[in-house]
Ligand binder design. Structure first.
Ligand SMILES: C=C1C[C@]23C[C@H]1CC[C@H]2[C@]1(C)CCC[C@@](C)(C(=O)O)[C@H]1[C@@H]3C(=O)O
Ligand SMILES: O=C(O)CCC(=O)C(=O)O
Ligand SMILES: [Fe+2]
Length: 374
């Protein structure tokens, strides 16, 4: 367990300088060699050519049509992916194509602006919102080759006075020039939240539960929308865009567009999920693994970069309301694998005590049994 202590106040300047250096160095190719802190140990460096992971492709419109054959096909396929490695693709998902392409291209407006601009949206240490890059936090090695802009999200109709918290956040931090930018990601987050509830209906049915079982649990979600910007890299074989991790959240919907880079560890071998612009990548997170008493899997995954072009992905991390008790339905049976817990406790644990990996839930269970000092 490393890189988890909060930087002391007098390190704030150092952090700001590093933050500035990252952008000038990385984005403008001023350095020939990749700085040592970005070079991963040999056993974790990306391997050149990894096999392709065959993941089920689910036609969501078919499921929503109610056609008995299409419904049974969709539930069969989603169960296959969710139980094997936790990954599947959804197509005919109903998210407006123009919105998706605008969300993809609008990222440049923020990430290609000067560092001093981006720093206006800088988040608090280990908060899940705002601008962050590799030099954030305390890690001094194995730094991710990426910048991120993250938003907290709750469905508009569930927020106080129906505020649009994604749009309001970015305008408050970056000014009125980001109004259109904010609207794009507000709409995008709402669309992903609605899509995730449809996927939750499908996942509930695939386990023989009431169709609305998971959907009701996530109706008033408190989620995270994250823009990942991976600059191209002179030495893509020694860095990682995002290190190996399991998402501690419940469900991730990832738009990876047309630049490959997402890899999943299956049978102890890294596999790639190639881009499919017509489909969104969906993966089970640790919280949904616990909510299904371990029936659904959450797998270790990572992102590699390349020397030709930057890679941009948009991840919507669905999470329940922070105080909702994560407890599998009795109907699933089997011996309980994890204790009841709330997402806020698991989120505190991964933020303050543990870097997410394939043992997060087991380590979290131990931490809870030892009193869970938050
Ligand atoms: C709740 C979360 C923690 C992270 C963002 C979301 C879901 C994925 C987690 C993360 C992306 C996994 C890799 C490491 C991490 C630190 C990161 O690269 O950002 C994780 C996020 C986080 O802890 O902020
Ligand atoms: O960008 C990618 O391909 C994966 C990103 C990811 O796994 C994450 O942000 O949790
Ligand atoms: Fe992830």
């Amino acid at each position: 367990m490393e890189c988890i202590t909060k930087p002391s106040l007098n390190e704030k300047e150092t952090e700001d300088n590093l933050l500035t250096n990252f952008s000038s160095m990385v984005l403008h190719d001023k350095e020939i060699q990749v700085p040592q802190e970005f070079v991963w140990p040999d056993h974790q460096k990306p391997s050149p050519n990894v096999p392709i992971l065959q993941v089920p492709l689910i036609d969501l419109a078919g499921f929503l049509s109610g056609d008995p054959f299409l419904v049974s096909e969709a539930t069969r396929l989603v169960a296959e992916g969710a139980k094997l490695h936790g990954f599947f693709l959804v197509t005919n998902h109903g998210v407006d194509e123009k919105l998706m392409s605008s969300a993809y291209t609008s990222m440049d407006k923020f990430f290609l602006s000067p560092t001093c601009e981006k720093q206006k949206a800088q988040g608090e240490w280990r908060e899940s919102w705002g601008y962050a890059n590799s030099y954030f936090g305390k890690c001094k090695k194995n730094l991710p080759w990426k910048e991120m802009l993250s938003f907290s999200f709750s469905p508009e109709e569930k927020t106080e006075n129906h505020s649009q918290i994604v749009k309001d956040f970015i305008i408050e931090k970056m000014g009125d020039g980001y109004k259109d930018f904010g609207m794009v990601y507000q709409e995008y987050a709402e669309a992903m939240s609605n899509l995730s509830l449809k996927i939750m209906e499908l996942l509930g049915m695939s386990l023989g539960l009431k169709r609305s079982h998971f959907k009701d649990f996530f109706e008033d979600n408190e989620s995270i929308l994250r823009l990942n910007y991976y600059p191209k890299c002179k030495q893509p074989d020694v860095v990682l865009g995002t290190g190996p991790h399991c998402d501690p959240t419940s469900l991730t919907i990832l738009q990876q567009d047309n630049v490959s880079g997402l890899q999943v560890l299956v049978d102890n071998q890294w596999h790639s999920i190639p881009p499919n612009p017509q489909a969104l990548v969906v993966n089970i997170g640790d919280t949904l693994r616990a909510l299904t008493n371990g029936i659904f899997k959450s797998s270790l995954h990572q992102a590699v970069v390349n020397s030709e072009t930057e890679r941009k992905t948009i991840a919507f991390f669905l999470s329940p309301k922070v105080n909702k008790v994560v407890k599998p339905p009795e109907e699933l049976g089997g011996e309980r694998m994890y204790p009841d817990f709330t997402w806020s406790l698991l989120h505190e644990f991964v933020k303050k005590h543990y870097k997410t990996d394939e043992n997060t839930l087991e380590e979290f269970t131990k931490w809870l049994k030892n009193g869970g000092n938050v």
